[in-house]
Design a protein around this ligand. Sequence first.
Ligand code: FE2
Length: 358
Amino acid sequence: METEKNIILVVDDDKTNLTLAQNILLPHYRIAASNSGRAALKYLENHRPDLILLDINMPEMDGFEVMGQIRQREETKTIPVIFLTADNLAETEIKCFQMGAMDYVTKPFVPDILLSRVDKTIELDQYRHNLEKMVRQQAEKITEDARRISAIQDSVIIGMANLIESRDGSTGRHVKNTQNYVQLIADELRARGLFAGVLTDDYIENLCKAAPLHDVGKIKVPDAILQKPGRLTPEEYDTMKLHTTYSGRIIQMILGDLEDKTYVKMAEDIAMYHHERWDGSGYPTGLAGEDIPLSARIMAVADVFDALYEERVYKPPVRPIERIMQIMSEGRGSQFDPTIIDVFMEMLPKLKEHLGIA
Ligand SMILES: [Fe+2]
């Protein structure tokens, strides 16, 4: 099947030149002809030729002025233009290229030269077009690949965290639940303009992606302690506390090579410090107040809320939810960051809605 011929717009006020150009090009191309700059611009409102042959010396609107408008319009700015000129002055040639012309041809036309210049320009423009298309497709593919890899990474992390969490006899929902709660709390804090400049979109995204790793260190805590139905002895509790530093080390071990250092640092902060207390009496380091990373202060609230709301091997769920809020409010300023816990208290209707409680 014959491929469709490219369209060339020839713009010249001289009828003889128009006819001559048509005769030379017509066997190879489809031709549209305009006898003024204004007529050409009008034609370009509804058509997109593959090349424009544009005479410079025309009455009313010369070729340079027409070119200026072609380059300004979004739909026409990439159409290649060859100027037609009666002189061969160096300054005319320079101006042609300065205006963004692909080439210029002197009149009277030498048929072979005109045809060869037109052929070459069309060919070059097609290469440019194909190259642009290829770059665009590659860029789209890279974005899609990155998105897929990131999704795989997220699901591997959640899967691993779930696996570890399931050992301690919790309901198996703790990983997902706490991830949801940190998101709800962080969104609410930001909506109220709190921690402005820190709680950015990126920060909250990293926070939610990193939250599931907060207890991965439990993998190194013996089952006998994790699954013990009764109270832990002081020694057992000391071993249990080590899950925070274990978590930090494991995260560094498995994610340390990731390029996204902000994410890795946040995952480490959350894991290491989610059992620190505002008054400095927490573990493992006894950090206090704002020295505890914000991510870990938010995680602390989410973690305790879920621990109280869900059933564990060693305790039934606490009900009603108002009782949980009461218990947590007592930790204001001692266990929890007062700013965060104050907002959390006001989130009761949202939490009920999230949990499907009437
Ligand atoms: Fe923990």
